[in-house]
Design a binder for this molecule. Structure first.
Ligand code: BDR
Ligand code: CA
Length: 310
């Protein structure tokens, strides 16, 4: 089993990613760390606790992290995408548990050091906690097995600006630190996540399973579907599959094709948050990341169905 820390801003699609990961026998979720992004970090932390309790995993620790980026100022939260509560305005009761007293960045450092070479980090929100952990502990990369990120877009255009994907845009300095560090990084970005589209027929089949996970998703996803209809003109309830694609990669990496290339992040100006692939290393030496560029979309959906419906 692969030990996993999910760094998250839950978040409608974060919820599907986390529920699927908790149900995957190949994955051992040993902590959730929270960050601002889809909603304020205080709300995201409540959502993280709620998701764990839903699956009977109230024992897994939650550690609250950054409420804003390392450098750029905090912007508006996307209530039109994820709701004021981060979960589609579905009005849930408060969770029973509490987060740890320790900051998420410190939790990441301590846990990776406790299991050298075993822990995979799965950041599915802005990269502020991971960037801060690298600042506090520059030797962190040597303790980490792999970093599998939902974020970025090298060839597919942006979703928060014409060129930038939201998670990278919200903290471009932290993102560039992560791509610059000497550890194995996999980028699961819009290049693939926008190719994986779940529509009403897929989602209704999923909801028909009536597991706690699928019942929960049925409550939170309508607003997210309405956002996709408004922005992309989707007419059959279609949604892109962003964060859950990381769970799919972790369980079955063969579903994805990758390009090995250094990635640079633009930190300024109107291209802020653009992830630039430099396969010929014309912008200097930097360890290559695996950038997902191809995907077996049906395979990803079938895998997520199997995890969530079982
Ligand atoms: C990413 O941004 C957030 O809105 C989603 O949760 C996902 O992590 C997609 O660009
Ligand atoms: Ca997210």
């Amino acid at each position: 089993m692969r030990k996993l820390i999910i760094d998250t801003d839950p978040g409608v699609d974060d919820a599907m990613m986390i529920l699927a990961a908790l149900r995957a026998p190949e994955l051992d979720v040993i902590g959730l760390t929270t960050v601002f992004g889809n909603c304020p970090v205080e709300i995201g932390t409540q959502n993280a606790l709620r998701l764990l309790e839903l699956e009977g995993h109230g024992d897994i620790p939650v550690s609250k992290g950054c409420g804003k980026a390392l450098v750029v100022p905090l912007g508006e939260f996307p209530a039109n995408v994820h709701g004021d509560d981060g979960l589609g305005n579905a009005s849930f009761e408060a969770p029973k548990g509490k987060p740890l007293a320790r900051h998420a960045a410190q939790f990441i450092i301590d846990t990776c050091k406790a299991f050298p070479g075993e822990v995979t980090l799965a950041p599915i929100g802005p990269l502020s906690n991971i960037g801060l952990a690298l600042q506090l502990c520059p030797e962190l990369p040597k303790y980490v097995r792999e970093v599998v990120i939902m974020g970025g877009s090298c060839y597919a255009g942006g979703n928060i600006s014409p060129v930038a994907e939201a998670n990278i845009y919200h903290d471009p300095h932290a993102a560039d630190m992560v791509f610059r560090a000497d550890w194995p990084v996999v980028m699961v970005g819009l290049d693939v996540t926008q190719q994986i589209v779940m529509d009403n027929s897929f989602l209704n089949k999923l909801y028909a399973a009536q597991t706690p996970a699928t019942d929960f998703l049925k409550r939170i996803q309508p607003l997210y579907q309405a956002f996709h209809a408004n922005i992309y003109g989707f007419t059959a309830g279609e949604i892109h599959t962003h964060d859950p694609s990381v769970t799919a990669y972790l369980v079955k990496p063969d579903l994805f094709g990758t390009l090995e290339t250094p990635v640079h992040v633009e930190t300024n100006g109107r291209c802020m948050g653009f992830t630039i692939a430099d396969p010929l290393k014309q912008w200097g030496e930097r360890r290559a990341a695996k950038v997902c560029t191809r995907v077996n979309a049906e395979g990803v959906k079938n895998l997520l169905y199997d995890l969530l419906a079982r």
